[in-house]
Design a protein around this ligand. Structure first.
Ligand SMILES: [Zn+2]
Length: 286
């Protein structure tokens, strides 16, 4: 699943492509993936802006409507301009038969703009969804999610307050909990914990003050850097301009189980935590 930096990369790309455009209609082939009002109500709505909330792409429309898209495991949002040039965002579909500039067997929703350009929603496993919401519905959804780690409100003291809510939780599980802090998944949790030199299965209450400080800084740094590099491509993500995220070259632990720690040369250990592959260094993470 794309994490905060990958969704932000898609949002940044979409902002440039679709702001100001007006939707004309929608073609939907898999009904369970979209809200029932979408087909009728998307008509004549203009895109005000595109933002990210947690791991969701939020397209703000006129008349206080919100088109919310979740790519889930294998979703892909592709913008195709009037010349047929495509800009993809999300999970690449690795297939020689698939031309992602055109609708294909994985295209379940097509959103047309009045100027002839369009958005294609492709999804191999069909876990993703698109919902057209009122402001109130969107706020309810947004409020079910935790704080944005790149927002101004996410201060060190706020982070400490949130930690106090789950003292017995393992720190990795805590960071993955989207009701507390949003946007972090397996990649950025493992990377942040390595940076902060904390073992993933430590209980939250055992963290010392300086460790909390280090972790807070590590989370922000990893996310900011990953956005700068266009996210991480580990065969699941490609940006709106079709580029693979370059943060993959910056990974220190994720996907490196059994390889040497880049800090101390110790062999990195891979374990399972809550069903998730977890890589860390037994030596330099305490
Ligand atoms: Zn190490």
């Amino acid at each position: 699943m794309p994490e905060l930096p990958e969704v932000q990369t898609v949002v940044n790309g979409l902002t440039k492509k679709i702001s100001g455009k007006v939707f004309s209609d929608a073609k939907i082939s898999v009904k369970k993936m979209v809200s029932t009002n979408l087909k009728k109500d998307i008509k004549n709505k203009k895109v005000k802006r595109v933002i990210r909330r947690a791991k969701m792409i939020v397209i703000e429309l006129t008349q206080d409507k919100y088109l919310v898209v979740h790519l889930k495991m294998t979703g892909q949002l592709i913008f195709v301009d009037i010349k047929g040039k495509a800009f993809g965002g999300g999970h690449p579909i690795e297939s020689k038969e698939i031309e992602f500039t055109k609708p294909n067997k994985y295209t379940h929703v097509i959103l047309n703009f009045k100027d002839g350009s369009r958005l294609l929603y492709n999804d191999v496993r069909k876990f993703g969804w698109l919902k057209l919401m009122s402001k109130e519905e969107y706020n309810i959804l947004s409020n079910r999610h935790g704080i944005e780690p790149l927002a101004k409100e996410f201060t060190l003291s706020r982070f400490k307050e949130i930690l106090k809510k789950r003292p017995n939780s393992k720190i990795k599980q805590f960071l993955l909990n989207q009701e507390l802090i949003v946007g972090l998944g397996n990649i950025y949790v493992d990377e942040s914990l390595f940076k902060a030199k904390i073992k993933p299965f430590r209980r939250v209450y055992t963290l010392k003050g300086n460790e909390t400080d280090r972790l807070y800084k590590a989370i922000k740094l990893k996310l900011f850097t990953a956005i700068k590099f266009g996210g991480t491509s580990v065969n699941t993500f490609v940006s709106i301009s079709g580029e693979r995220g370059k943060f993959v070259n910056k990974l220190k632990v994720y996907g490196r189980g059994g390889m040497k720690c880049l800090r101390c040369k110790n062999e990195l250990t891979k374990i399972k935590m809550g069903g998730r592959g977890t890589v860390y260094c037994t030596k330099c993470q305490k």
